[in-house]
Design a protein around this ligand. Structure first.
Ligand code: UDP
Length: 244
C-alpha cells in the first residue's frame, strides 16, 4: 500500500449527473460541464500519482437513463443499451481530462466499440492498474436491467479492488435527510445488513448484495466538496460513511 494510503487498489463510482455539474435550474442535470470534469480528473490524478491504483466506473444519467425512456416505441432493453452508450461518452470525457494532466488511462468497455475503447478483458484491466494507468470502465455491466452501481461492484470484485468509493452529493449516510433536518446525524459506519433492512438508498440492492457477498466495503462520500475525491481514494478517516 502506498505511503499513508489505506488501500492499494480502489474502485471509484461516479454518476453521470456528477459530471454535469449543477448548472441547470430545473434540476435536470444534463450533459457535461468541462470545469467539473477537470476538477474530478485533477483529484484522481493527484491520488494516482501518490501510488494508489484507481479504477473508475462512470454512470450515464446525465445523458440517458433506460428506465425513464421505456415506452411503446422503445423497449427496456434497447433503452438500457442506449444508457450504456451514454456511459461510454462520459468515460471518454474523463479519459481526456485525466490524460491532459499527465496520467495514462484506458477506457475498457463492456460493449464492444473498439474504435473508441478497448474491450473489457479482466486480466488486461489488472495489468493496466499494475502499470499505474487509471482504468475507466464504460458501458456498466454490458447487460440491460442493471445499473452502473452494480457494474462498479462487479468490476471491483473481479479486479480485487479493496473498496468501492461511491461519490454522491451528501457526505455519507444520515439518520434523516440532512437537507430537511439540520440535526441529522451522520453514521461513521453501517453494516450491509442495516442498509438493506432499512432500504437506505445508498446504491441499488443488487449492488449492495454484490458488495456484501464479496466483502467489499463501500464508502459513501460527498464529491462536491473540493478535495474529497482525493481524500476518499487515499482512505482518510472522517470522509463519508463506511458500509462493511
Ligand atoms: N445501464 C444498463 N446496464 C448497466 C449499466 C447501465 O442497462 O450495467 C443503463 C441503464 O439504462 C442506466 C443507464 O445505463 O439507466 C445509465 O446508468 P446509471 O443510471 O447507472 O447511471 P448514473 O445514475 O450513475 O449516472
Amino acid at each position: 500500500t502506498p505511503a499513508n494510503a489505506k488501500w492499494k487498489r480502489v474502485m471509484l463510482k461516479i454518476s453521470g449527473e456528477a459530471l454535469s455539474g449543477n448548472t441547470s435550474k430545473d434540476g435536470q442535470n444534463f450533459g457535461l460541464d468541462p470545469r467539473v470534469v477537470e476538477r474530478i480528473a485533477g483529484e484522481i490524478v493527484a491520488a494516482s500519482m501518490s501510488g494508489v491504483e484507481i479504477a473508475v466506473v462512470v454512470g450515464g444519467g446525465n445523458f440517458f437513463r433506460g428506465a425513464s425512456h421505456e415506452g411503446a416505441h422503445l423497449d427496456r432493453a434497447s433503452a438500457d443499451y442506449m444508457g450504456m452508450l451514454a456511459t461510454v461518452m462520459n468515460a471518454i470525457s474523463l479519459q481526456g481530462a485525466i490524460e491532459a494532466k499527465g496520467v495514462q488511462t484506458r477506457v475498457l468497455s463492456a460493449l464492444s466499440i473498439k474504435e473508441v475503447a478497448e474491450p473489457y478483458i479482466r486480466r488486461r484491466a489488472m495489468r493496466h492498474l499494475e502499470k499505474g494507468r487509471v482504468v475507466i470502465f464504460g458501458a456498466g455491466t454490458g447487460n440491460p436491467f442493471f445499473t452502473t452501481d452494480t457494474g462498479a461492484a462487479l468490476r471491483a470484485a473481479e479486479i480485487n479492488a479493496q473498496v468501492v468509493l461511491k461519490a454522491t452529493k451528501v457526505d455519507g449516510v444520515f439518520c434523516s435527510d440532512p437537507k430537511q433536518n439540520v440535526n441529522a446525524k451522520k453514521y461513521e459506519r453501517l453494516s450491509y445488513e442495516t442498509v438493506q433492512r432499512l432500504g437506505l438508498g445508498v446504491m441499488d440492492q443488487t449492488a449492495i448484495t454484490m458488495c456484501r457477498e464479496n466483502d467489499l466495503p463501500i464508502v459513501v462520500f460527498d464529491m462536491t466538496k473540493g478535495g474529497n475525491i482525493h481524500k476518499a481514494i487515499r482512505g482518510q478517516a472522517g470522509v463519508g460513511t463506511c458500509i462493511s
